[in-house]
Design a protein around this ligand. Structure first.
Ligand SMILES: *[C@@H]1O[C@H](CO)[C@@H](O)[C@H](O)[C@H]1NC(C)=O
Ligand SMILES: *[C@@H]1O[C@H](CO)[C@@H](O)[C@H](O)[C@H]1NC(C)=O
Length: 383
């Protein structure tokens, strides 16, 4: 049984299933809904992050961004406790590259085991990651060996990209329409919409929920879902062809969605916006590996990965270790039906827009929360 299922059944949240309660009901971290299985090798930059002895220990996705670095979400390496709002340290044990079928260990995949030590190990997350709002939901996993046979994605640095309605491709091993977790990744084409559109009718995200460091992508009855988290959202080809553009340009990281369910037409899936976090990514990867230095403020010669505490100037906050529930058992390689306890919550009506409806601040300005929003937060405890 897959790790994530056991944890869900145990009533706890694991990385790919962590979620936020909010005034609109609640949100969850994001399988692909409405998607199709991908061709083996069609998205070589897509990697699997997981724990345990089986490939089914996969709980998040990621993307190769340089020979020694994988990009993923911060919530894939931490655990958020919704009761007290605390974060704990819960990094993946391994990264798998060239993976397709999670059950087929005869595949020619590469599993890289990670040093899980905080600060000085292989996994770092954004110093301003906020587990409550999921702002700056980005993390980097460093690989001790260089990956030379996969072309890394290009990180989007152009704030004008994507443009409204641009097709985007997202893929992962996450939950699919029937609620099960597949062993082969699916992909879907979604379309970019502005943050303003994402928080306006007919959509129901509260206007303070989608920060400038996030972005939305939408298509009816299609979405990323649980355990796609951390995976890449890339510029896509127009349908019916679909699929990633070549070269592959990553614009987002799968972050969260509404907890009531994936692909609900009022709640577009939300992604970390690459242009907002690209400086941190480049500086961190450059400082550590000498890669991605060209546009980084740091300068370091390309070379092997530095292992010791080397993220110059970056604060590393020590978090308590995540203690897995006692019920945890090693995974068996059988795909399971998902029993999504946490998605059976009662529906909570979205809050009325704080203040006068048309006095919504323009994005780009600081969004101070009006009192009425705060009141909602107090009622529901989070966000
Ligand atoms: C979030 O929702 C869950 C499920 O309803 C509830 O048990 C929990 O107390 C809530 N957490 C907060 C912080 O409101
Ligand atoms: C996260 O964001 C919330 C809402 O803006 C804020 O109240 C809280 O202090 C932030 N937490 C951290 C750790 O920055």
């Amino acid at each position: 049984m897959r790790l994530k299922l056991l944890i869900i059944l145990g009533g706890l949240t694991t990385s790919c299933f962590a979620y936020l309660n909010d005034t609109d009901g609640s949100t969850h971290h994001d399988g692909i809904y409405g998607g199709e299985e991908i061709e083996p090798g069609s998205r070589p930059y897509l990697v699997s992050l997981g724990k345990g002895s089986s490939g089914l220990g996969q709980f998040c996705g990621g993307s190769l961004i340089s020979k020694h670095a994988i990009l993923t979400a911060a919530h894939c390496v931490t655990e958020y406790d919704e009761n007290d709002g605390s974060l704990s340290w819960n990094p993946p044990e391994w990264v798998e590259l060239h993976r397709h079928n999670l059950c087929d260990d005869t595949e020619d995949f590469v599993r890289v085991h990670l040093d899980q030590t905080q600060c000085s190990g292989d996994v770092v997350f954004h110093p301003e990651y906020n587990g409550t709002t999921d702002d700056n939901d980005v993390a980097i996993v460093f690989l001790s060996n260089a990956i030379d046979d996969i072309v890394p994605v290009i990180l989007n640095s152009d704030p004008n990209v994507p443009a409204v309605d641009d097709p985007l491709d997202v893929a992962g091993w996450g939950e699919v329409d029937d609620g099960s977790y597949p062993v082969i990744p699916s992909s879907v084409t979604l379309y970019y919409l502005t943050n303003e559109a994402c928080m306006s009718k007919p959509f129901k995200w509260g206007w303070w929920m989608i920060t400038d460091n996030m972005m939305c992508a939408f298509a009816k009855k299609k979405s990323s879902c649980h355990c796609d988290s951390g995976g890449p959202l890339v510029l896509g080809k127009a349908e019916p062809e679909g699929g990633p553009m070549n070269p592959v340009v990553q614009v987002g990281i799968v972050s969260f969605g509404i907890k009531k369910g994936c692909a609900l037409n009022r709640y577009p899936a939300v992604y970390t916006r690459i242009t907002s976090v690209i400086d941190w990514i480049r500086d961190t990867v450059c400082g550590r590996t000498g890669e991605l230095c060209k546009e980084s403020k740091r300068k370091r010669k390309e070379g092997s990965i530095r292992r010791a505490k080397s993220i110059d100037g970056m604060e590393c906050e020590e978090l308590p270790e995540y203690v897995p529930p006692k019920k945890w058992k090693p995974a068996e390689c059988v795909a399971q039906e998902a029993v999504i306890v946490s998605m059976t919550r009662t529906h909570v009506e979205p809050p009325s827009k704080p203040g006068k409806p048309d006095k919504k601040p323009k994005s780009g300005k600081s969004k101070s929360k009006p009192k009425s929003a705060k009141k909602h937060m107090n009622i529901f405890g989070t966000l």
